[in-house]
Ligand binder design. Structure first.
Ligand SMILES: Cc1cc2nc3c(=O)[nH]c(=O)nc-3n(C[C@H](O)[C@H](O)[C@H](O)COP(=O)(O)O)c2cc1C
Length: 205
């Protein structure tokens, strides 16, 4: 692949919080490695929750017309996806979850309506998940990781790598953790390199 395209989705309600800062580092790392990155802040979009109309069973199209179609087209056209969401009650934020649920129209398309492979989806898609939580428990990220893994699966994407910051509560807490910021920048760089095929498939290898 010559120049991989990457989409970056900011899932926190805080514009300049911990996950936004981490994702910005990852974006900078990917751009530094030559990959164009399109950034989308979910809180700025008009996105209805899934209403379970299920008219997507006809053709895989969601009948709710809002900003979902634009995000879907971007996500389907990208080779790599960076998704950032803090932990809210042991899962992702409402902004992130609403988007995940709207992509159920794609799951319905692939599994029920039209199971032919989508020709515009590259087979080597990779996803990076960035998260942060205030506490430090061993199981802090378990719920989100399960949701994200299945979400990426719907997108024909592997959960390629994660950057998970514990003990981050106030908006600028991550600024005191250069290790997390460095890890995020490296993950962005390595994602761009892995998509281009000139880096080890496993991050940090
Ligand atoms: C509604 C809400 C629910 C939260 N739930 C959890 C939680 O279950 N576990 C936890 O460790 N932190 C929880 N937090 C704290 C956030 O995960 C933490 O402040 C994080 O750094 C926010 O990331 P951000 O700055 O990117 O928004 C919660 C915060 C809010 C506002």
């Amino acid at each position: 692949m010559d120049t991989p395209r990457i989409a970056a989705l900011y899932g926190s309600p805080r514009r300049n919080g911990n996950t936004a800062r981490l994702l910005r580092e990852a974006v900078a790392g990917a751009r530094g490695a030559g990959a164009p990155v399109e950034e989308i802040v979910l809180r700025d979009l008009k996105l209805s929750p899934c209403l379970e109309i299920y008219s997507c069973t006809q053709d895989g199209e969601c009948r709710i017309r809002d900003d979902f179609q634009r995000v879907r087209d971007l996500v389907l056209a990208c080779d790599g996806l960076m998704l950032a969401s803090p932990i809210f009650y042991y899962t992702v934020t409402a902004h992130t979850k609403i988007l995940m649920d709207r992509f159920h129209s794609l799951w319905v398309k692939k599994n029920w309506a039209d199971p032919r492979p989508n020709p515009i989806v590259s087979p080597r898609r990779k996803g990076l998940f960035i998260s942060a939580g205030a506490t430090r428990g061993k199981r802090l990220f378990e719920g989100s990781l399960l949701s994200v893994r299945y979400f990426f699966d719907t997108l024909d994407m592997d959960l390629w790598h994660t950057v998970l910051g514990r003990g981050l509560e106030y908006a600028d807490d991550v600024a005191k953790h250069p290790d997390y910021l460095e890890e995020a920048r490296r993950a962005g760089k390595e994602l761009a390199e892995a998509l281009r095929g000139d880096a080890p498939a496993a991050p940090g290898a």
